[in-house]
Design a binder for this molecule. Structure first.
Ligand SMILES: Nc1nc2c(ncn2[C@@H]2O[C@H](COP(=O)(O)OP(=O)(O)OP(=O)(O)O)[C@@H](O)[C@H]2O)c(=O)[nH]1
Ligand SMILES: [Mg+2]
Length: 437
């Protein structure tokens, strides 16, 4: 693969990978942000790694009789039919002790932010203790769908297992399945998978990327600049996902570069329902798009799909209050190769400084973690989060706003700084009201 082909830098969102292990989703694989994240929690030695291996039916995680074998979260992407593509996450025991132990517990708890479905592994011969109570309460407080596995059932008399099961079911809502299982003999693994499948059925539909904006037969123009930061030989994730979503809804996608926009508009018998542009081509596309045609950006679509568009719009308004010398955190969820005119490193900082007419003090973070103390920042500018799942992004936004700090993303901030946010929010009346209020 040539050096350029390896570039991970799209214009307003970044393919890459947010977790340290498990690899980057290939071009033909479902992106990790679209996969259901199933994480196993429990005490050390409960058989968490053994359960992951039994569910995956392969040796994904190391198992051993020594408590504390798993130190860092381990990620395994796989298909579980009929759920489809998932990420299984093994974690370190939540009862680990000492300085290193508490660091492992912190990392395990960090996994909670990205968990869609939790599996609590119980060492059945040890029984259900106060630690299990704590973990189960933590999971249910977060309203995470939960399945309890009473592991090592092979070592117990079935009557004993049944008694533990009844006791657990008395403490928690009957809706929480408690499955006796043996990761060693594989007895109960199919029942456990069925329980996971059932718990995974979403009660609330995730918002659609474009489904509520288009109807079958509509034409949507996608503006995808092919500049030197575009990856060689392919499109970036937000573009691919938009095309796929339009196909799902039987709409037509016409993908062009900005120079071709006048020609594309002239060639259509009816105006397009919508034009979606890369944030960095906003200005050109805005000038070329007639008033009556709705224009938005990939970043704004993903801000809604992956996060809270109203919160991000409120964050854009906070740019108005920024003063020279203020502290701004620029947070990217993945690590990617940066070019000289990188959007997060160079372009947005320059635009913000032009707006405040002075220097700002920047901190950059990339990868999974946000700084412990966010309250020292006057603004957080977050990337498009293409590699995060919705729960993960909402958890990050919640952390930032609960520290009293306004947050925008790249696309919303760029639109705001170029004075065209109202236009790009026009398909989303709630967010439009926020910036007009
Ligand atoms: N008898 C029996 N032993 C099991 C079962 N599942 C796991 N074990 C044993 O329990 C021990 C711990 O298993 P692990 O899978 O490493 O447990 P863990 O929860 O991942 O442990 P840590 O990573 O140390 O937190 C190993 O010796 C396993 O062989 C089971 O179903 N039956
Ligand atoms: Mg383990």
């Amino acid at each position: 693969m040539s050096k350029q082909a390896n570039h991970q830098l799209p214009n307003d969102a970044h393919p890459g990978h947010s977790e340290p292990t498990g690899g980057v989703a290939g071009l033909n694989e479902t992106p990790r942000g679209e996969r259901l994240h199933i994480a196993v929690f429990g005490r050390r030695n409960a058989g968490k790694s053994s359960l992951i291996n039994a569910i995956a039916n392969q040796e994904v995680a190391i198992i051993s009789p020594t408590p504390g074998t798993t130190t860092d979260p381990v990620y395994k992407t796989m298909e579980i039919l009929p759920i489809g593509p998932v990420v299984l996450i093994d974690t370190a025991g939540l009862d680990d002790e000492g300085i290193l132990g508490s660091e492992r517990v912190r990392r395990s708890l960090h996994v909670l932010d990205k968990t869609d479905l939790a599996l609590l592994a119980v060492d059945a011969p040890e029984g259900w203790g106060s630690r299990e109570d704590e973990i189960a309460s933590l999971l249910t407080e977060r309203q995470l769908p939960l399945v309890v596995a009473l592991n090592k059932a092979d070592t117990l008399d079935p009557d004993v297992t049944a008694r533990i099961r009844a006791a657990v079911q008395n403490r928690f809502p009957p809706a929480i399945p408690v499955i006796p299982v043996s990761a060693r003999t594989k007895a109960g693994i199919e029942a456990l998978k069925s329980a996971l499948i059932q718990a995974a059925s979403p009660e609330e539909e995730e918002p659609s990327l474009l489904g509520d904006l288009v109807q079958a037969g509509d034409t949507v123009i996608l503006v995808a600049p092919i500049d030197r930061s575009a990856p060689k030989g392919r499109l970036i994730l937000p573009q691919v996902q938009a095309i796929r979503d339009l196909l799902d809804h039987h709409a037509q996608a016409l993908t062009i570069q900005s120079e071709e926009l006048p020609m594309a508009l002239a060639s259509l018998r009816n105006p397009p329902k919508l034009i979606i542009t890369d944030s960095q081509a906003f200005q050109t596309v805005n000038a070329l798009t007639p008033e009556e045609i709705t224009l938005t950006s990939f970043s704004i679509l993903f801000a809604r799909y992956k996060g809270d568009l109203c919160e991000l719009a409120a964050g854009a308004k906070a740019i108005e209050r920024l003063r020279p010398g203020d502290r701004v955190l620029i947070a990217e969820a993945c690590t990617h190769h940066r070019t000289d005119d990188d959007i997060g490193k160079v372009k947005i900082p320059a635009w913000l400084e032009r707006k405040v007419e002075g220097k700002l003090s920047y901190t950059w973070v990339s990868g999974g973690t946000l700084p412990a103390d966010l309250s020292e920042f006057q603004l957080v500018v977050h990337c498009g989060a293409c590699m995060l799942n919705r729960r993960q992004m909402l958890a990050r936004l919640h952390r930032i706003t609960s520290a009293g700090v306004p947050v925008v993303n790249y696309g919303v901030s760029i639109a705001y700084l170029h004075g065209i946010l109202p236009r790009t929010l026009s398909p989303f009346p709630d967010a439009l009201r926020v910036i007009r209020s």
